[in-house]
Design a protein around this ligand. Sequence first.
Ligand SMILES: Cc1cc2nc3c(=O)[nH]c(=O)nc-3n(C[C@H](O)[C@H](O)[C@H](O)COP(=O)(O)OP(=O)(O)OC[C@H]3O[C@@H](n4cnc5c(N)ncnc54)[C@H](O)[C@@H]3O)c2cc1C
Length: 403
Amino acid sequence: MSDARAPRRIVVVGAGQAAAQLAISLRQGGFDGGIVVVGDEPYLPYQRPPLSKKFLTERGQPDSLFLRPADFWRGLDVDMTLGAAARAVDCRRKLVTLSDGRELDYDVLVFATGTRARTLPLRGVALPYVMSLRAIGDVHKLRLALDAAERVVIVGGGYIGLEVAAVMRGEGRAVTVVEAEDRLLKRVTSPVISDFFETLHRRHGVDIRLNARLAEVAGDVRATGVVLASGDVINADVVLLATGAHANDELAREAGLPCDDGIVVDELARASLPDIYAIGDCARLPSRRYRRSLRLESVQNAIDQAKAAAASILGQPVAYDPVPWFWSDQYDVKLQIAGLSDGHDDSAIVGAPASGRFSVEYRQQGRLIAVDAVNEARAHMMARRRIAEETATADAVAYEGAA
Ligand SMILES: Cc1cc2nc3c(=O)[nH]c(=O)nc-3n(C[C@H](O)[C@H](O)[C@H](O)COP(=O)(O)OP(=O)(O)OC[C@H]3O[C@@H](n4cnc5c(N)ncnc54)[C@H](O)[C@@H]3O)c2cc1C
């Protein structure tokens, strides 16, 4: 790439899934300037999904999760600046200040800062043995605590909480899941799927408490359990808070970028100031397909939005308007989700939940908007195509500088 308008140095804040894909796509697209990836964790970019699945129980080494080895990044001439957080961004001077005082100037800045675990403003949440799970460092702490634990309370019946519950039952530990809503996975799926997973977990011996609000974590010097709003006390050696995630958008906000639970970007991943982009979990993007803005927490989005940002930076913009997809592994069940089901006005079960293999199709005004597939990989793959077709928007968008 030898265009005079081309950026010379691209700085990426955050060294996760999206940052890795961006660097790869920039090089594949012919970018030969500097790429600096700044990551506050001490690790090369790695995949997070195994953290709540196999990696937790198999005690693997961190490098088994790395998306690419160190040699690969050296070969690509990507400067991985790890163990250093970006602390401030000056958009006018185009400067990023790191936690160790270094200053990096950029022509293009990309936020790929991901999310962090949501905590609860309740008494006792800061006690030792109250944990959360987002990063390799969390697994190390959690693993140590779990090894000495007989009883685990998991607060939150979403994907991560339920995946950890399955792993813990596999290790023979007593598990209670405390969920404030009236069903598991309520934020992301329909009652049919929630019921299926409730039955599955109960069959494996998980104590599930629905409509159960946490009042506080019990304990003085360490967590000894939880107290529910009902007054019930559940004793535990470890309390895992799996209550969702916040976008890491403070740095961008302080730099003057509009944020709304995520850095607001357009369909080319551009933030609201020139030469700044945001990708992956930290970005809020417009969806023509779903007629609203979305902040997605998925590998699919991290990868595909990074590709879109790279294309945009390289002057070959293509609108990014995904059919999101996601998966979750619990025991021997694989749930695969294509599309977004909220807002559906009709749903149909295909197959029999009792057989352990089925899918649920969701429609809105006749259009297929989402399919949840349980142990039905083929139905999932077909669904992604069908949803893409049925939710396609007619309006073509032209971009300045588009090839
Ligand atoms: C336990 C767990 C299980 C998951 N399971 C699945 C799954 O089954 N399927 C699926 O599709 N998705 C899953 N996900 C979600 C998926 O991993 C994320 O969507 C994906 O990692 C997002 O990539 P990202 O690059 O946007 O953010 P991340 O991979 O989170 O990377 C962001 C990085 O930026 C760093 N950072 C933040 N602020 C700064 C700063 N100021 N300076 C420097 N660095 C900074 C963070 O520490 C982090 O290392 C899971 C996530 C978790 C935590």
